[in-house]
Structures are given as C-alpha cells and as structure tokens.
Ligand binder design. Structure first.
Ligand code: HSE
Length: 405
C-alpha cells in the first residue's frame, strides 16, 4: 500500500480524488500495489463530501507522516504551493503537480532538491492538460533531437479565438461568454495576455531542447488586440487566428514567442478548435507529430496528475528521469527572429506600402473596403519594427503568419 496526500481540494484536487476512487482497481493491477489517499489538505470544510474523513487543515500533519510517500500539489500559485512542495521534497516525498506557474518560476530549484533527495518532481499536467506531451518528449522522443515545438497551449483563448472567428463576435462579448461557460476565470489576465501559454512554452522548450528556457525571456503577446475585422481577413485568406506558443532550436540558439498567429487551413493546428489543445513537435528522426486532446478541465488534468502519481509510485526512492537540466539555453535575440507579417493599413497608397514592404502580397476584402491588407515576405522582427514605424498610424494591426521559411 502506497499512501498519498492531495494538497488542495479544488477542481483538480477533487478530480484526482475521483480518479483514484473510480479507477483504484485498474491502478492497483497496473502498479501491483494499492494507492491510498491518506490525506486531503484544504482550509475549507466539505461536510458530506466523500473526502471529509481524510480532510486535514494543517500541512504539518502530512509532512510529519512518514507513511506519506507522494504528494499531489494541486493548489496553484507560487506562495504556499512553493513552500509545501519544497518541504515535501526535502522530507523525501515525491511531488506531482499541475502548477505550471510554480514549475516555470521555481522548477530548477525544486527539481534539484528532488534529485538530491532521490525522489521525483513530476508535472505532466502543467502543459496540455490531459495530453501526455511531457511524457512523449521525455520518453517517447528520447532518441530524437527535437528542433520545434509549436502549440495551442491555452484552451480558454483557443475557445475565444474560435468563437470570434465562427460567430463574428468581438473580444469583450466572447470573453463574457467564455466566463459564463466556466472556461475563463473571473480574472482572465493570465490566459488572455498569454502568460499561461508562455509558462507552458518555457516548460516544453526546456524539456524538448534539454536546456533551461526561462519564461521571462519569451516575448509574449496575448489576444486582447484581436478584433472581429482581423477575423474577417483571416477567414477570407483561408486561415484562423490562433494563440501559439512557438519555439525552435538551431545552432544559433532558441527562438521562442507567444503570440497570435495566422494559421493556414493546410496546417494541422488549424483544426485544433474550441477548448482543445494541440502541440506540434518536429524531431530529426521522427519528422512531424501532433498531440491533440483535452488541454484543461477537472478530469483531463486530474488524469495527468494521477499518471504522475503512479509513475512516482513505480519509482519510489528514485528520481524519475526527465530531460530537465539547469544549463541555460542560449536565446536568440527576438529582433533576429524571422517572420512573415500580415499588416492591415488605411489611407495609404499601395505604392507607398510597397516602397517600404517590397514583395508583399495584397489582400482586399469586400467587407472592409476602406482598408488594404498585406502579407510581407519573411523578414527579421527588428527590420519589420522599423518599417512599421515608417508606416506610422496608417497601420491598423499586425499579426504574424505561422509558416516555415
Ligand atoms: N487556463 C488554462 C487554459 C487551464 O485555459 O488552458 C489549463 O492549463
């Protein structure tokens, strides 16, 4: 019998409880041993809830109990979650988490402590919800040199972009709808400003390239500036606008960005819609692969945390191998990253735009006759920024195009 504790009885915590109570037999068969939830930690009481009997309010009870071998940290945040994780690892307990903010902020230190103590710090649920993308990168692709990871890593914003595109609704209206559906938080900043996707991009890039990518070094733009007019252009060009976390690793270093991109209908990510996540990976032996599925929600996330708990249980008193290293990745200057740009303009003759952005393709759509859109050739971000400055207030909006040079 292996005893575990769940820290936080919110959406994911109660999901983990449900996974182990619903699937206990199948898990026991696969592990060869039963897993018992000995404690659930929460500040609140849950009268009548099945977890009531194992509910505790004091983390010290869990920390001091030598029978507890594995802890699921599903509290979120980087305050108490950090302190409890650190103490649990130092006490020789493995920790499994869905907390991408904590992994991105303190992952290096926590991973180091886990290695020193001969236990595991596992975080499958931090990226892609129920999609086993971290296990795929760590294990399935362990013989590959991965050079690109590009994905729709945030379900909330993917839902919003899809709805705006399909229904022609504007950002504020769609956000309210997403909140009413329970997809967007009351404070949606982390999602709509791209911070959540940024942390996930940093974690996946670190594992894919075996070098530490600091989330603070990833330029991040959210979806708040995307309008229904941008969506009309995208549809007319056979594209959808998606918030992507993108990174690529070359001999020059790692280029990474989180931003809205125009994705053409011929690309697999085009069909990743609604709240789903999709992660494209390119490896030098594998070629292309796409991982698709439920990227958020109670049971998909709990399924991933629970799989980590079983993995930690299979490797008690060992550190489960991951590609995580402390060696810093060499980051390419964001100004040197090369993109194609879609530019919407107003009140400027075509020849003036062509003199600044030669080689661009023109797009006009009947629904917005007063504007002209252009898709530029590939160019460095820094060069484009200078050209955009020359066009000044004639530029209405700019969106990068997801394409390979
Ligand atoms: N807010 C996140 C999302 C939750 O929408 O994808 C899952 O990490």
């Amino acid at each position: 019998m292996i005893n575990i504790a769940i820290l936080g009885y919110g959406t994911v915590g109660s999901g983990v409880y449900r996974v182990f109570t619903t699937n206990h037999k199948i898990i026991e068969n696969r592990l060869g041993e039963a897993i018992r939830i000995k404690y659930v930690l929460d500040l609140r009481d849950f009268p009548g809830d099945p977890a009531e009997d194992v509910l505790v309010h004091d983390f010290q009870v869990i920390l001091d109990d030598p029978e507890v071998a594995i802890v699921a940290e599903v509290m979120g945040g980087t305050g108490a979650a950090y302190t409890f994780t650190k103490k649990a690892l130092e006490a020789g307990k493995s920790v499994c988490t869905s907390n991408k903010a904590l992994v991105a902020e303190h992952g290096r230190e926590l991973m180091r402590i886990a290695r020193e103590k001969g236990v595991s710090y596992l975080f499958e649920a931090s990226c892609g919800g129920g999609i086993p993308i971290i296990r795929a990168i760590n294990d399935g692709l362990t013989a590959d040199e991965i050079d690109t990871v590009a994905g729709i890593l945030n379900g909330t914003t993917n839902y919003m972009m899809y709805k705006m595109g399909e229904e022609g609704s504007d950002f504020e209206e769609t956000l309210k709808e997403a909140q009413a559906m329970g997809y967007a938080e009351a404070d949606p900043t982390d999602d709509v400003e791209g911070h959540d996707a940024c942390r996930k991009t940093a974690i996946l890039s670190t594992l894919a390239y075996g070098k530490y990518v600091d989330y603070r070094s990833i330029p991040t733009e959210g979806i708040t500036k995307i309008t229904s007019e941008d969506m009309k252009y995208a549809a007319a060009m056979g594209c959808r606008i998606k918030l992507l976390g993108f990174s690529t690793n070359t001999e020059k270093g790692v280029t990474a960005i989180v931003a809205p991109f125009l994705v053409d209908k011929d690309q697999a990510l085009y069909n990743v819609n609604d709240v789903f996540n999709g992660i494209f990976v390119h490896g030098n032996m594998l070629g292309d692969a796409m991982f698709y599925g439920s990227g958020a929600g109670m049971l998909p996330t709990a399924s991933a945390v629970s799989a980590d708990i079983v993995d930690a249980a299979m490797h008690l008193n060992k550190t489960v191998r991951t590609n995580w290293t402390d060696e810093e990745a060499q980051m390419v200057d964001p100004g040197d990253a090369r993109w194609k740009f879609f530019v919407r303009t107003r009140d400027i003759p075509e020849e003036d735009v062509f003199s600044i952005l030669p080689g661009s393709r023109v797009f006009r759509i009947a629904k917005i006759p007063e504007e002209t859109g252009y898709i530029t050739p590939f160019m460095k971000q820094a060069d484009f920024d200078k050209k955009q400055a020359r066009l000044g207030d004639k530029v209405i909006s700019v969106i990068r195009v997801f394409a390979k040079e």
